[in-house]
Design a protein. Structure first.
Length: 94
């Protein structure tokens, strides 16, 4: 079996991605590790305090803003990494 994302138990196919080379979905999200904060999305979702003002950070980085700033890595169906785990149950050779 080829160790690639679309055959990994941690990969979630994006149902909106186009098909490619007999694969129903070309892109998906790797859920092997927790989602990561995107600096770009965080800069949009989390407001910056005014210069010279003393503010409570909780006023700017509330849980909803942080939630909107995190992403699972998006991978191509034939990508691979060193942490592959088969989505299919292993069969015994005996």
């Amino acid at each position: 079996m080829t160790e690639q994302c679309n055959r990994c138990r941690f990969w979630f196919a994006d149902p909106k991605s186009p098909s490619f080379d007999e694969e129903p979905h070309t892109h998906g999200k790797c859920r092997r590790h927790p989602p990561r904060i995107s600096d770009h999305l965080a800069s949009i979702a989390i407001g910056a305090p005014s210069f010279g003002q003393s503010h409570d950070l909780e006023d700017y980085a509330d849980s909803w803003s942080v939630h909107r700033s995190v992403l699972f890595p998006v991978t191509f169906c034939t990508d691979w990494c060193g942490e592959f785990a088969s989505a299919e149950p292993e069969t015994s050779a005996c």
